[in-house]
Structure formats: structure tokens, C-alpha cells
Design a protein. Sequence first.
Length: 315
Amino acid sequence: MRQAGRSLPEYRAIREKHAFFDVANTPELCATVTLQPVERHDVDAAVMFADIMTPVLGMGVGVELVEGVGPVVAHPIRTRADVDRVRVPDPEEFAPVYEAIRLVRAALRADQAVVGFCGAPFTVASYLVEGRPSRELNETKRLMLAEPDTWAALLDKLAATFTGYVAAQVEAGADAIQLFDSWIGTVSAEQYERHVAPWSARVLGAAHAPTIHFGTGTPHLLEAMAAAGGDVIGLDARVPLDAGWSRVPDRAVQGNLDPAVLLCPWDVVRAGADAVLARAAGRPGHIFNLGHGVLPRTDPEIVTRLAAHVREAGA
């Protein structure tokens, strides 16, 4: 998970001097913080340091990243007129992201992957409509259900932006693309298939590289997410790995140790990791990971020990 850097003192030292989007939009800084957890923990891939709102900055939408809150949109998108004012930028407007990918690819070993990063249309739309993070997503669902044409127009513009964005990341050297649908667990399976899946499928299909389709709160959506696309389906910690995998048997899976386990003593962490590995049972196609992001107060030494333990157990 890309948030691995949040627990590192070397990352916090950079953030004391530079704002989030300044880091994300400066190739050298972006590459540095992307590589920090890889160098510290010797994991198998670098997930690019970016925010799901990064491409939105080129769409004419004012976004501020507020510490302790998350992305805050100055003027939430609630009407068709609001949607009509949103532009679809040229992918080259995000050139600093692609340069950072090239720097990271050059710094890694041949057996380490670069994982590009993009927010899913639904989750990004929820931030734009709500104006800030929300667990209920009441305004988002109102727009989606009461004004489906306006909703579709918004997701059309997001998907058009994201398809160019992920394709350019692959061209710059990303070995895979991870699509994050962090809030997708709030919709029903029927709502997902009608109001979400077509646009997620569009982005996943544009990557022309292996894709990881990730969401949280998704036990009721696994089959629908797999139908929308993704060579790898991310499993959060709410579903046992073997049970989740049995529902998407033709895909690889990623997951799914609870991030809170990493706040515990090492013997608890090791037991949790072993339980996940036991459910994978050595079956090819399992990417060991957390069920969601690394919590900021996680001891970095625990993450390093975890990566070494999983590698040894897998061997």
C-alpha cells in the first residue's frame, strides 16, 4: 500500500518542509518518498506516491488537502452546470508524475515492480460531490439516483481523464496500475453494476498493463468488481482471504492483513501474517499485503520484519 511511507521518520522530515501536492508534483521529491518504504522494508514493488485527487487538479476543480481531514473541494459539484464547467485535461499536463515514474523505475532492481496509482471514478466523484471526505455519501447517492444523467456526465469526464492518465503512467514505465475505490463499499451491488462499473471498466481497460482493482467494504461486491475488470482483486480485512478468493477464482488476489494488527507486538503480527498465508495455502497468484493502508503510527521496524517474514515463509 502506498501509505507505507506515512509511518517513516524520513517521510515526515520531507513533509515538514514541503506540502503534499508540492511533493507529488516535484518528480525528484515524489520519487524519493516513493522509494523510501521500498528501501527501508525491501518489498517487491514501489507504489507511486500520489493522491487520488492529483488528476482532478487539471480539471479546473479547486482542491486543498487539509491535514487531518483529507481532500476539500472549494465548490462541490452538485448540478449539471457544475459538471459542464469541469474540463478533461490533456494527459501531458501530469508530466511530473510520469517523470517521477521514470526516476523510480531507474532506481529499482529488475525484479521490483513500479505500481502506478489512480483513484476510481466513483470514489473521486464522491469527494467532488460531497466536498470533503464523508462516510455516508448522502449527496453522492442523491445525485447518482435522482439525477443519473448528471451523474453519468460527471463520471464520463472523470473516466476520460483517468484513461489517459493511467495509459501515460504505463508508457512512462509503470509495470502495473492499481485502481483505488476507497468508498465503493457504501453502494449496493445493484447500484454498483448500474452506476459505477461501466466507468471503472473503462479506466481498467485503458491501462494496457496488469491491473489491481482495490476497494474497501467490498464483500458484497467482489464478483461485480471482477466483472468490471482487474487482473488482481484487492481483498480488505473484512473477508477471509480464501473465502474471498473462492468468489473470484480466475483472478489473482491482494491482501489482506488488518492494518491494526501492525500496532500489536511482533508475536501477534507474525500470527496474523501466518493466518493470511495459511488461507492462501501456497496457491499462485497471491500478493501479500494489508487490507488497507499502513496506519501512520505503525512502528517501521514491524513492517520490515513483516516483509522479511512473509518472504521467508513464502520461500
